[in-house]
Design a protein around this ligand. Structure first.
Ligand code: SAH
Length: 212
């Protein structure tokens, strides 16, 4: 029987802090979220491995380091309102919900959305709202967002995501064709201006438009 808490703290030290993640809130969030609850039963003992893991329907739960890097790049505080595209297991949403005031996460596959909703509720994440549907159009009803993060890769930035950023808001997303994606950080510096910078090469599942 694995001591998940001990494994989690080792993961934060060796995979996250030693690789340069400095944001204390992010380190604390990853120390708090029980990743073993977000992976399939048969993979629980691998929950703190340094890797993405398969969930249902050919999707994946992201590597912890990438979740940490994205959360740090998103510059989250207790006042942040966050939009995630691609809830998957709900793990990254839980990590962000440990820091941010409110997290809206959209998942295209209805079964995954339902499972993530139930799991987050069971674990007590009352500040996460899971929406079942296509996240390409963002969530205009709750915009603007202080941070928008995509867990699925696109060749082009969906215009709605940039439009739904608050001025000063951060958009973090994998950009580029499958097999050649770069994690990008886009900052809305004024109503009409955005800056963009690459963070690291990544491998994410593709954003799929349309209903699941
Ligand atoms: N954040 C997740 C990682 C999920 S992988 C976690 O921590 O587990 C990316 C997810 O994006 C997949 O579940 C996939 O179904 C979803 N996805 C792909 N295209 C989408 C779209 N257009 N809208 C919403 N979700 C989408």
């Amino acid at each position: 029987m694995i001591d998940y808490r001990a494994a989690r703290l080792r993961m934060v030290e060796y995979q996250i802090a030693r690789r340069g993640i400095r944001d204390l809130a992010v380190l604390e969030a990853l120390s708090a979220v029980p990743r073993e609850e977000f992976v399939p039963e048969a993979l629980r003992d691998y929950a703190y491995d340094d890797t993405a893991l398969p969930i249902a329907h050919g999707q994946t739960i992201s590597q912890p380091y990438i979740v940490a890097l994205m959360a740090e790049a998103a510059g989250l505080t207790g006042a942040s309102k966050v939009l995630e595209i691609g809830a998957g297991s709900g793990y990254a949403a839980a990590v962000m919900a440990e820091i941010a005031g409110h997290v809206v996460t959209i998942e295209r596959l209805a079964t995954l959305a339902a499972q993530a909703t139930a799991r987050l509720q069971r674990l007590g994440y009352a500040n996460v709202e899971v929406i079942s549907g296509d996240g390409t159009a963002g969530c205009a009803g709750q915009a603007p967002f202080d941070a928008i993060l995509s867990a699925a890769g696109t060749r082009k930035v969906p215009p709605a995501w940039k439009e739904q950023l608050a001025v000063g808001g951060r958009l973090v997303l994998p950009l580029g064709p499958l097999g050649d994606q770069t994690l990008m950080k886009i900052v809305r510096t004024s109503d009409s201006d955005y800056t963009q910078r690459p963070l690291v090469d990544v491998r994410f599942v593709p954003l799929i438009e349309g209903p699941g």
